[in-house]
Every structure is written in C-alpha cells, then in structure tokens.
Design a protein around this ligand. Structure first.
Ligand code: SER
Length: 340
C-alpha cells in the first residue's frame, strides 16, 4: 500500500518544526514540506520531499498535485498579527489568497482521488475582538461564536479563512450541475491560544512576549515586555499544540459537530509569566515597557477560551498544565538549549 502523503505549508515555522518532528517519530507518513525559506537542516531527513516555494505560486501548487497524492494538508503558513499590521495588504495576500490556493488544491485532489482530503487549519485567538477591557475581564471563557470582531488584519484573515474552509467543505460550486456528487475537502480548524516552544521563538506575533521573555531570560539577554503586567491571555506549549493538530486530523468526521474549535491549556498574566521566569532565572533582566499599539491588540483577545466542544467531539485535553509546562518542559529544555 502507498504511504499516506501529508503536505505541510509553513514547514519551517514554529508549528512546522514541532509537527514534522512528531509525525516523523510517531507515524510512517511521507512528509512533503513547503516553505518560502530553505527547510531547517535538522528537519530535512524527516521529510520525503522539501520544496522552497510560495503558496501564491499556482504553478508550483499545480506541480505538487501532479507529483503527490496528498491525503492531508496542514496549512501552517501565515503572517502573524504584529507583522501583518506593517503591511496589511501583503499579509492579506499570503493569509487569504494563499489559503484559497491551498483549498482549491485540496478540492482538486479530493475530486481526483474520490476521497476527501483533510485540510487542517490553525486559526487563532486573534479571530476574537473584545471591545473593552471591562468586557474582556467580564467575558470569562469565550465560546467560538462570541466576539467575532477582530481588530487586526491577521485576525480578520483567520476568521474569514475559517468561513472559506466551511464554504469549500460544504457549499463549493453549489449551483453546478454535478453539485452534491463531487468530493469536497474535509476542513477542520483549531483556534490556538498563544504558543510557547522550548525549541523556537516565534516571529511577528503579538502574544510573543511570553516566549520572548522566557528565551531572553535563559540567554541572559535584557528584555522589555511590551504589555502591562496585568495582561492575561490563554497559552499552550508546543507539544500540546501538535497533539491537538494530530488529534483533530484523526477524529472521525461523524463526531465533529463544527468546523472550528477553541482549545486551551492555561491562562496567565504577563506578571505571572515574569514571576515564574524570574524564579527560574534569577539573573534575568526583564522590565515592562508597554507598547501602547501592541497592547491594544492583546487587550481585544480573550483571557480564557471555552474548549468544551473540542473536549466533547475529539477528546481534546492538554497534557501540560501550567506547572508541568514550565517545570517539566520549558525551563529544563531551554536551560539545556542555551547552556550548550
Ligand atoms: N500568536 C499569534 C500572534 O500573536 C496569535 O495567534 O499573532
């Protein structure tokens, strides 16, 4: 039997690193990795093919379809929230048109193969937009449907692509003569909280103060945290993020009652992160220097999200709570990494 082929876009990013390592260690799928930058050398032996290319390059995507019978696409490529604000139209092209290209590719593959290609899409807490700080603290843990009024280009892109995925899954070319007989894509999305990895540092996000603070302290570098100490967001460590992608991919379709699922692990204020990090790295030189513009963005994102649908439909539960995340994963791994 031919091995299952999994296409990963944004393979060189934070999530790409975690996902490729996990799939290579725990499954026998063939990984086709795509990124605009040359794939990290440590990931290359784990992939059957790696391609340097742009998700906006339709010729390249066309060739991919000819050469591989893709069963699952993890579409991780994206311009994050802070970076997107510096060039919103370019971000829109990459985040939305890029996703549209991949959805079309997945649809074509589904029709050729006669089975639904799974399309796993990481969305984000950036899809939310809570109007005031008072509402943010009163909102408690928000469900997928609440406060869908993002204030960033990235958040708008993520929310819209969730809808695009739903459209391609269920309504694509709904007026065509062969409507209802053609295979469509099997779209599944997760709204991730802020992610923290021991291996990599994100670039261009607005929840990045969490990982940046931790990595800077471990490296002995000074760091100015760009949000107020009371700023609270939900967070999760990378092994749980990867676990969620793989669990959702594997879930039986008939158990899924929605296209988009919140997940979370723990919520912390920036002060709480500071305290944990300061205790682990007493020499750390970290201060708060608020960037009002980035602060405004984080203030619209929820303190907590309600992930009961994911728990019910695909047995989601994080393996790492706050204590385990820092004490058994982040701090020891990061200490080892920078003491080399
Ligand atoms: N971590 C992302 C960002 O800050 C949010 O999903 O842009």
């Amino acid at each position: 039997m031919r091995k299952k082929v999994v296409l990963i876009t944004g393979a060189n990013g934070e999530m790409g690193h975690g996902l490729i390592q996990y799939l290579a260690e725990n499954t026998d799928v063939n990984i086709v990795a795509l990124d605009v930058t040359p794939l990290d050398k440590c990931l290359r032996p784990l992939c059957s093919t790696y391609i340097v290319g742009d998700i906006l390059d339709q010729m390249l995507l066309g060739r991919l379809v000819v050469e591989h019978e893709i069963a699952t696409i993890y579409h991780l490529a994206s311009i994050l929230s802070t970076k997107a604000e510096y060039n919103p139209e370019t971000a829109h092209r990459i985040n939305v048109e890029g996703t549209l290209n991949l959805l079309r590719l997945a649809t074509e593959q589904s029709q050729w193969q006669g089975i639904s290609v799974k399309f796993i899409y990481p969305s984000s807490i950036a899809a939310y937009g809570i109007p005031t700080l008072k509402e943010k603290s009163d909102a408690g843990s928000v469900t997928e449907e609440a406060y869908n009024h993002p204030t960033t280009m990235y958040g708008c892109n993520k929310l819209y692509c969730e809808h695009l995925g739903r459209y391609y899954n269920s309504y694509y070319r709904q007026l065509s003569a062969d409507c209802g007989t053609n295979q469509t894509v099997d779209f599944r999305a997760i709204r991730f909280p802020g992610l923290i990895s021991a291996e990599t540092i994100p670039t261009g996000g607005t929840s990045d103060y969490g990982p940046e603070l931790l990595h800077a302290a471990a490296k002995g570098e000074d760091y100015n945290c760009f949000v107020r100490p009371d700023t609270t967001l939900p967070f999760m460590v990378m092994p749980d993020a990867v676990k969620a992608l793989v669990l959702l991919e594997d879930a039986p379709k008939n158990r899924l009652s929605q296209y988009v699922y919140n997940i979370t692990s723990f919520s912390l204020s920036a002060q709480q992160i500071f305290d944990i990090v300061q205790k682990a790295f007493p020499e750390a030189n970290i201060h708060f220097a608020v960037d009002e513009c980035r602060q405004k963005i984080v203030d619209t994102w929820p303190e907590q999200v309600n992930d009961s649908a994911a728990r019910r439909d695909w047995d989601w539960a994080p393996d790492y709570d706050c204590e385990r995340s820092f004490n058994q994963y982040l701090i020891p791994a990061i200490k080892g990494r920078y003491s080399l």
